[in-house]
Write a protein that binds this ligand. Sequence first.
Ligand code: PMP
Length: 338
Amino acid sequence: MQFKSDLADAVGNTPLIKLRKASEETGCTILGKCEFLNPGQSVKDRAALYIIRDAVERGELKPGGTIVEGTAGNTGIGLALVGASMGFRTVIVIPETQSQEKKDMIRLAGAQLVQVPAVPYRNPNNYVRYSGRLAEELRRTTEAGVIWANQFDNTANRQAHVEGTAPEIWEQTDGKVDGFVCAVGTGGTLAGVGMALQPKGVKVALADPGGSAVFDLLQNGEAKAEGTSITEGIGNGRITANLEGFTPDMAYKISDEEALPIVYDLLEQEGLCLGGSSGINVAGAIRMAKELGPGHTIVTVLCDYGNRYQSKLFNPDFLKSKDLPVPRWLEHGPTSIP
Ligand code: PMP
């Protein structure tokens, strides 16, 4: 019999898919790691599982205990589902600007949802800082233990990628991977995969969206954060503990104008229904392919499922309100149907 012992056991071991158009355009083999096929439909299931397991191993969480976290959404979904499968409650703090679909999914997954205004990290009511305080308050009244998952500075997050994502990529490519590229939210994926694959000779690149300071911090130590982006879950204004000690070989600043057409093409032409951060990542992979030249194998991350963004990324009215071009098929239906 072949079965997983529980939902947590079904996290990871995602396939790599060749991205046809990106590969043809560059003469490279560009491969997407299908993290949207995790049980919670995102890469963050991996971090959620490692953070929970680590807390259980350290004796901080016992059956019936509570996990508190500030998240742009995907970590909340991962923590709620993996947490439920292991017998824990979850309380999720989210900036109110995140997509309604993610908020609905967090509630559906059984978590208690607290919405706060989207304010920068320096503001004490920022979702991350708010969630840390909430965990402390709940700790006083909950006997089974309360943890603050603290995905940004808890390196159990990065470890999920050192031990999971990176060896999977290495094995799936028979060690023939030349480059890896992705964006940074917490930095767990980039630094975890990077730390494991860089010593094997793989070039590792950051793809940074508008509004994020990571590119500038790495290039010249300044947090300038120019531009904006409608992508969710990526971009950061500081070097988190997960990023500390890691330096990418290359870095690319990617605009929404460059990334979003890739998301729409991948759906229309390759059947891949993805969120905006996957577009930033694939755009980064194309840039890296152009820099390395034809014949290389480059892996990037397809972070989450596109159905999470129907009200924004796939909504013509929303795109128009942001002065972003509306893809033809989104307005008129698929071009392939006469
Ligand atoms: N894409 C999406 C959609 C995400 O939610 C996240 C995590 N917030 C990331 C990418 C970035 O992953 P990481 O936190 O490992 O940097």
